[in-house]
Design a protein. Structure first.
Ligand SMILES: Nc1nc2c(ncn2[C@@H]2O[C@H](COP(=O)(O)OP(=O)(O)OP(=O)(O)O)[C@@H](O)[C@H]2O)c(=O)[nH]1
Ligand SMILES: [Mg+2]
Length: 506
């Protein structure tokens, strides 16, 4: 438990907005802040935690926006951690969804007061009674339904009901009486952290108590010590110090600070958390690496190196990828980190046949050139679900190759009859593996037939024989590789061969 705070000042409530993806959290904050963040987001989804402060009726409120996409569970938990009050946004059109329940459970389990905001009431499909019933079915009882959970009905788009919601937030804040002590040592919680090419490691901190000024020394729970180089408010404006309840960007750490770490100016104060502490000497704690799944014997392994813009997105990507289950395959995260793709990532990828996934980070030109030879695949993404979809496809791909163990496969693209001998020659394009003289082969009408024959032994090929010889152009060759077009002579002859037939090496 965090240390008890001796209270001597009021602090602005930290209000975390949570809920299912696309239910309107960012739009609500946009309306409150009169900005247009949601419209600019890649893929229209929030992939970062954002912390902002607004002043309403001379009272400050700190808002924390969280992503609703299923991948960002850890980020949501982080937002929930620092919250004094949670607002759960539910689309009155779509109703209760998995992350709605996840958000409510998070608030409940940490005893954080929460308010439910039924959103999108401007839409014709909005049905608040239906949603209240769904909540009741999940034992979440709102006012008027046998419970005391406070609700608001809003349209984040038109702004209807938003002022009433803000009044409710201020009322709840007053009821719980949020106080802090600015003479106590500083203590705050890291909700986001990343590496900026110019500024170095940056973290977003929500301050809980005390004050923090430039030049102060702070310790982080993940084992670092830093002298504060700069503090930036939520608008990116440099400030000299911050007070309890303020969100701030902190510069000065050597490495991106682990999400959820407490920061304090007093190492003894941190100790009261009973968690790992900075080693007094070297301050060399490394970030925890993703726990790797056991590389199952016989499983085909997809090696990955992941680079991302923030620690939060890295965690979200890593945990979601490791949860993908495809029988016979397994994902192995060899290396991960915050920041641009580096030359050492390429070296590792090349030696371990790994794919590099770059999420919202740059791939410097020198790294691209290096990746070109030998060929290392670097995939860049701006939207998490596109990354997940591609990896699922990649897993299917390795599975198919593994399953089939294709020695050689070609498609017949032409048929010739030699004028003198009358021999039939099949013009073939090699699709996979290679064709070799003396290979035993079979011929199928279609690829589907060939695949079906794997499950149904009754299915027989149209032809069984041997490649007598191969020609590429006018030259006799022994082998034709992938993408080669070759003339194939068969023994025995197969005069019925047709364009489109599949040649499979046995
Ligand atoms: N008509 C209408 N549309 C809304 C309202 N609130 C949000 N939307 C729309 O719903 C879509 C999703 O809104 P966002 O604010 O991005 O949703 P979000 O909850 O922040 O989504 P994630 O951050 O990805 O979880 C956008 O197209 C919004 O314009 C509303 O009150 N009425
Ligand atoms: Mg959002």
């Amino acid at each position: 438990m965090p240390p008890k705070i001796i209270e001597n000042t009021m602090k602005p409530p930290v209000v975390t907005i949570m809920g299912h993806v696309d239910h309107g959290k960012t739009t609500l904050l946009d309306f409150i802040r009169k900005t247009k963040v949601a419209e600019k987001e890649a893929g229209g989804i929030t992939q970062k935690i954002g912390a902002y402060q607004v002043e309403i009726k001379d009272k400050k409120i700190t808002f924390v926006d969280t992503p609703g996409h299923v991948a960002f569970a850890k980020m949501r938990a982080m937002g929930g951690n620092v919250a004094d009050i949670v607002v759960v946004v539910i689309s009155a059109v779509d109703g209760v969804m998995p992350q709605t329940l996840e958000s409510i459970n998070l608030a409940k389990s940490s005893n954080t007061p929460f308010i439910i905001a039924f959103n999108k009431i401007d839409l014709p499909g909005a049905d608040i009674t239906k949603v209240k019933k769904q909540l009741a079915d999940n034992n979440i009882l709102v006012e008027g339904w046998g419970g005391d959970i406070v609700c608001a009905e809003i349209s984040a788009k038109t702004g209807k009901g938003v002022e009433a919601l803000l009044d409710v937030i201020l009322l709840v804040a007053e009821m719980i009486g949020l106080k802090a002590n600015i003479t106590e040592p500083f203590y705050g919680v890291v909700i986001e952290s990343w590496k900026d090419p110019k500024k170095g490691s940056v973290c977003t901190v929500v301050s809980k108590n005390g004050q923090l000024s430039i030049g102060d020394t702070v310790y982080s729970q993940d084992g670092q010590k830093a002298k504060i180089k700069a503090l930036m408010d939520f608008k990116g404006k440099a400030v000299k110090k911050i007070l309890p309840g303020d969100p701030v960007e902190v510069l000065g750490f050597e490495r991106p600070v682990k999400l959820g770490s407490a920061l304090s100016s007093d190492i003894d104060f941190l100790k009261s958390y009973g968690l790992p502490l900075p080693s007094q000497t070297g301050l060399q704690a490394t970030l925890p690496s993703q726990s790797l799944p056991p590389v199952g014997a016989g499983s085909k392994v997809l090696n990955l190196i992941i680079k991302a813009d923030t620690r939060g997105s890295l965690d979200a990507i890593g945990s979601t990828l490791l949860a993908i289950k495809k029988e016979g395959t397994c994902i192995n995260i060899l290396q991960e980190g915050v920041g641009p793709v580096s030359e050492s990532d390429v070296l590792l990828a090349s030696s371990s046949k790994a794919i590099i996934l770059a999420f919202n980070v740059a791939v410097p030109k020198i790294v691209l050139e290096m990746a070109d030879n030998p060929k290392v695949i670097i995939r860049t993404y701006k939207i998490v679900y596109e990354l997940f979809e591609e990896i699922e496809v990649a897993l299917e791909g390795i599975l198919e190759l593994e399953e089939e163990k294709i020695k050689g496969r070609a498609e017949v693209i032409a048929k010739f009859k030699l004028p003198k001998s009358g021999d039939i020659v099949a013009g073939c394009r090699v699709l996979a593996g290679r064709l070799k003289a003396k290979d035993k082969i079979q011929i199928w009408e279609t690829l589907e037939d060939l695949k079906k024959s794997r499950e149904n032994q009754e299915l027989k090929p149209l032809y069984l024989g041997v490649i007598k010889s191969l020609k590429i152009g006018k030259n006799d060759v022994n082998v034709a590789g992938r993408e080669n077009e070759a003339g194939v002579f068969l023994v025995p002859q197969f005069p019925e061969i047709k364009v489109g037939f599949i040649v499979e090496v046995l």
